[in-house]
Design a protein around this ligand. Structure first.
Ligand code: HEM
Length: 439
């Protein structure tokens, strides 16, 4: 039994910068040098990182009561204390209970048609304006409009456009360092990254406040997520306050559009770099004779292609939990105050689980199933992404709808590599494509 913490890279700034720049390369090099698990003294606190299935199982199998969310010092000033991402304990449990129905089961079917319409309209708009379409721009417009339409409902086009603009802006102003160190939350006459973030947030909050106010006053609530948030009651019969709803909406807009856009862009890239895979997918899609979203969502090779995309490119490379009480992790006793982190990107590239892990091969998801400790693009345990079903459904509908109708090719043959954006990792280019034809 080892009681001290595992070994790891020395210092704080350099490893944090290495992790921000290229998380997979940094973590793989630390595993090689120090073993798995290793200790990372990140700027926002010490973290024991692992990609081992047995240890990830142990982390997700603990009583959630021993954990606190990580980096609330930086996240609370950014998202507010009413965001699901930063809530802890019973409050977090109660909030998830309120929200789960909004993202599950039959709700998906109701969102499917809107997702399909948005995908087609945005694709046609981009194709009519440009010979070369920037996939990332296209997918950002699609995922933003989808999240705005499903959250806010209604047909107010002006309002939707204003929300899309403000949401795009806040993601753009989210410099990665703001998430990693509270020391970067400083004002410099309106010129610092923090000032720019706060200004973008104020613009979005103004907009959200006026929409929430009119929705709360409305006598005929719709079946969109905002209407549900305004009317849903906690177990004690209480309604959520306006400030609280505003912070949850910010979280959904923040967590729910860039992630999907990046994943769908990666999918287009990999599918068109791998002719055989694309042909298999196209032939599956050709066999779907109606436009039914449930048929697309059930198509096995399409589903496997989405899964493989999220394996090769987890948008969040590690998830973190801070310990309230000491925890036994394999041979190590991790003290309170230290965080533990399942490293998704290490688990997803483990050659023992995924033979030839560098190869994009959706078939692997049809040949066997993977445990939630081997495959975890949406994190795991009590904080697993609440939008996971929504996002996987969205990816299948958007990709299936577009690839069934359009033949496209990549404009640029050069490889695209992962690049840090904010807390997320995305493609290093916009993945330009050309339309070859439609069917
Ligand atoms: C491909 C798309 C997406 C990916 C890859 C993704 C990934 C993740 C990950 C890794 C986490 C952290 C889980 C953990 O700590 O174990 C998370 C949390 C979360 N995600 Fe997603 N997400 C996606 C889409 C969405 C969507 C569409 C929404 C909402 C509409 C959303 C809302 C959230 C929220 C609210 C949390 C916090 C959950 C909690 O702390 O209880 N995500 N997501």
């Amino acid at each position: 039994m080892k009681n001290k913490l595992p070994d790891g890279p020395k210092g704080s700034w350099l490893p944090t910068i290495q992790l921000i720049r290229n998380p997979r390369a940094a973590m793989e090099s630390w595993v090689k040098r120090y073993g798995d698990p290793f200790l990372l003294n990140a700027l926002n606190g010490p973290v024991v990182v692992t990609g081992r299935e047995d240890l990830i199982r142990s982390i997700h199998g603990q009583d959630p009561g021993i954990y606190l969310p990580f980096a609330t010092k930086t996240l609370v000033p950014m998202l507010g204390s009413g965001s699901l991402l930063v809530m802890e304990g019973d409050l977090h449990k109660r909030e998830r209970k309120l929200m789960m129905p909004m993202f599950h089961g039959d709700r998906m079917k109701a969102y499917g048609v809107a997702m399909q319409q948005v995908a087609l309209q945005q694709f046609e708009r981009h194709a009519s304006q440009n010979k070369t379409i920037a996939t990332l721009e296209l997918m950002t417009d699609i995922s933003l409009e989808i999240i705005v339409r499903t959250i806010f409902g209604g047909d107010d086009r002006q309002q939707a456009l204003a929300l899309m603009k403000a949401s795009r802006d806040i993601v753009k102003k989210s410099s990665p360092l703001l998430f990693f160190s509270i020391k970067t939350h400083v004002s410099l006459w309106g010129l610092s990254p923090w000032d720019r973030f706060i200004a973008a947030r104020a613009r979005l909050f103004d907009l959200l406040d006026s929409i929430i106010e009119s929705r709360q006053d409305s006598s005929t609530p719709g079946d969109d997520i905002l209407s549900m948030l305004c009317t849903a009651k906690y177990e004690d019969g209480q309604l959520a306050t306006r400030e609280h709803i505003r912070e949850e909406l910010l979280t959904f807009l923040f967590a729910g559009h860039e992630t999907s856009a990046l994943s769908m862009t990666w999918a287009v890239y990999h599918l068109h770099r791998n002719r055989n895979v694309l042909e298999k997918l196209k032939s599956e899609l050709a066999g779907i004779h109606d436009d039914s979203t449930s048929a697309l969502a059930a198509a096995p090779f399409l589903k496997a292609s989405v899964q493989e995309t999220l394996r090769v490119h987890p948008i969040v490379t590690e998830t973190l939990r801070k310990l309230k009480t000491p925890m036994q992790l394999g041979d190590w006793t991790i003290p309170a105050g230290v965080a533990v982190a399942p490293a998704t990107v290490l688990a997803h590239y483990n050659p023992a689980t995924y033979p030839d892990p560098e190869t994009f091969r959706p078939e692997r998801f049809m040949e066997r199933s993977y445990s939630p400790f081997e495959y975890m693009p949406y994190g795991g345990g009590h904080r697993r992404c609440i939008g996971a079903a929504f996002a996987s459904f969205e990816m299948a509908i958007v990709l299936g709808t577009l690839l069934k109708r359009y033949d496209i090719e990549l404009v640029d043959a050069a490889p695209v590599v992962p690049k840090r954006r904010s807390v997320t990792i995305g493609p290093s280019t916009n993945v330009p494509i050309r339309v070859l034809g439609s069917s």
